[in-house]
Design a protein around this ligand. Structure first.
Ligand SMILES: [Zn+2]
Length: 281
């Protein structure tokens, strides 16, 4: 339906940041009782469900097995569905890579269809993950904006809406959570839709966002700032991993999270210093 600009094995950060004012909404960790249907109903109430659903749900395959009726409802209402691993229980790149294909089997059994897009739990990076995506003809979809709706204790709905407003940009892949205890995010969705529209942006399907202009890969972002940071926490991962750079990730996180508490900010800065120190040693 939409031309595909990504190649299997790509690690996608956003659509075209210099393109038209369009964004996509993605939602992780479901399907989940009450929340998943509430998200879809908010979209319907906003008049955004006529032709196809405008949220891409990255599902944990075991949750889809636990709540197959909700999973099928998402599929039948035409929303996008992505693979968010089998269990969501590991952030180890190798173990995570081994969960992609079994999750595809679950989706095939439920929908007689399989997703083309994966999202690593915890935005975990690793060459093994990208290689497995390549083998399966899939891309791994990250984001350029960390909205902090996953923090515990949860931030409020109005903080989530403010975070969307503050970070929105052309090609933005907005990453929300509905699987689990995410009432704040579910309740924020109508406000998020309003903010997106009032800023002059249109919500499009993720496949459409990734079909035009120049999509941005995580690697593109790293290249520009790579000279002053060594690649990877090699020791931690047992090898050099060109997709993983803890320092870059944490700096990006700080940059995008101006609402962090001083304690949390200090904690993240300490982690950056520690990683830099480990490289010098
Ligand atoms: Zn997740």
């Amino acid at each position: 339906m939409w031309p595909r600009l990504w190649r299997p094995g790509d690690l996608i950060r956003s659509g075209d940041v210099n393109g038209p004012p369009i964004v996509s909404i993605t939602c992780d960790d479901g399907p989940w009782p009450v929340n998943t249907q509430a998200m879809m109903n908010h979209m319907r109430n906003a008049g955004l469900e006529q032709h196809y659903g405008l949220i891409h749900f990255f599902m944990v395959a075991n949750n889809a097995l636990m709540f197959p009726d909700i999973a099928r409802e998402v599929f039948e209402r035409g929303y996008g569905i992505g693979n968010h691993s089998l269990t969501h229980a590991t952030y180890n790149p190798t173990r995570l890579a081994n969960e992609i294909s079994p999750a595809q089997d679950v989706f095939a059994s439920l929908f007689n269809w399989t997703p083309e897009l994966f999202r690593s739990p915890g935005l975990t990076q690793g060459v093994v993950i990208q290689n497995e995506c390549a083998r399966l003809g899939m891309a791994n979809v990250f984001t350029s904006t960390i909205l902090n709706d996953f923090l515990a204790p949860r931030i409020s709905s109005s903080q989530i809406i403010n975070n969307v407003a503050r970070t929105i940009h052309p090609g933005n892949i907005i990453l929300l959570h509905e699987g689990g205890s995410h009432t704040q995010t579910v309740n924020a969705l109508p406000g998020i839709i309003d903010v997106i529209h009032s800023r002059g942006y249109e919500i499009v399907r993720l496949e459409e966002l990734l079909s035009a202009g120049t999509i941005q890969l995580m690697a593109d972002v790293y290249i520009g700032i790579r000279s002053d940071v060594a690649i990877a926490d090699a020791a931690e991962l047992g090898g050099v991993d060109e997709f993983t750079d803890v320092v870059v990730e944490l700096r990006t996180y700080l940059e995008l999270s101006s609402n962090l508490s001083p304690e949390r900010r200090a904690m993240v800065e300490a982690r950056i210093a520690e990683a830099l120190q480990a490289r010098r040693a």
